[in-house]
Design a protein around this ligand. Structure first.
Ligand code: NAD
Length: 263
């Protein structure tokens, strides 16, 4: 019996590859994106998120087994906060009551190796502690206005916030109480349109490789991230929850070293 997966971001990159693999395996996929998708919606707006969830539930005939939140922007602009954090969390929350009716519901979101990079604490907390989009947008715009590289903290801040959100939410009634494992993946560099310019030249690659060293198998193809998302969203995953699983060719181990337990 095929499972029904709702995936955000399917017009391109990791989500497109994930949707393709699932369809090849005979599963049912409903794709959402701002263009070229089963459901066209702008996840940077509250209304867009809620409409996208409602339409997906309707298209699925009321039965959604898994939701994978994989849309995103890498631009150092305030809107990145709305897509990468609120576009994922509010959209997943809107789907949660329907997921809860599945026999084996699962949810997964996309974080990044960037969740381990420098971030702006005020921005991170406006997202995952205050849950205040207006406040987060204002702080992100402040970082843009200050400039001088501060705007580069926005992307990593959205990824730190989503990893914290997953840990915070996974044990709550809405998720654990309904037997829904909720996780994130944290990819290193993946060959998608998002990174095409960043890895286009040898010089650019050298700079990036110093920041995100990937000694095991180097850059990822989007399908390879998809396999992990698919496992997290599969019936085989019953107890892994609240995690950000780094799929990064060893970056985390290189950068944070052996002892991450703080004692
Ligand atoms: P991509 O640019 O190929 O795909 C992103 C998709 O998100 C696009 O189809 C885009 O249209 C969609 N999107 C953007 N804004 C939207 C909006 N307002 N409403 C609906 N859809 C919207 O990028 P990708 O590399 O596949 O990235 C997917 C996710 O993976 C992002 O969250 C990104 O931060 C994360 N990620 C990527 C990498 C990488 O190296 N590529 C590494 C770590 C994490």
């Amino acid at each position: 019996m095929p499972r029904t997966y709702v995936i955000a971001g399917t017009a391109s990159g990791i989500a497109a590859a994930t949707a393709r693999t699932l369809r090849e395996r005979g599963e049912t996929v409903i794709g959402i994106d701002i263009h070229d998708a089963d459901i066209v919606a702008d996840l940077s707006t509250k209304q867009g998120r809620l409409d996208a969830a409602d339409q997906a539930i309707e298209m699925a005939g009321g039965k959604v087994d898994a939701a994978i939140a994989c849309a995103g922007l890498a631009h150092p602009i305030a809107k990145t906060v709305s897509v990468n954090y609120f576009g994922m969390t509010e959209w997943l929350e809107a789907l949660a009551p329907t997921l809860a009716k599945s026999e084996a519901p699962r949810a997964a979101a996309i974080s990044s190796m960037a969740s381990l990079m420098p971030n702006d604490k005020a921005l991170v907390e406006a997202m995952c502690v205050d849950d205040d989009e207006a406040k987060a947008l204002a702080r992100a715009q402040e970082l843009v206005d200050i400039g001088g590289g501060m705007e580069q903290l926005i992307y990593g801040s959205t990824k730190r916030a989503i990893s914290r959100w997953v840990r915070r939410q996974c044990v709550k009634d809405q998720w654990a109480g309904n037997c829904i494992p909720l996780n994130a993946v944290g990819p290193g560099i993946v060959r998608t349109p998002m990174t095409a310019d960043m890895i286009a030249t040898e010089e650019a690659r050298a700079g990036l490789d110093a920041q995100v060293p990937m000694p095991c198998n180097y850059y990822l193809e989007p399908e390879q991230v998809g396999y992990l998302l698919i496992w997290l969203a599969s019936i085989e995953n019953t107890h892994t929850t609240g995690q950000t699983i780094y799929i990064d060719g060893g970056s985390d181990a290189v950068l944070r070293g052996e002892n991450i337990w703080g004692d």
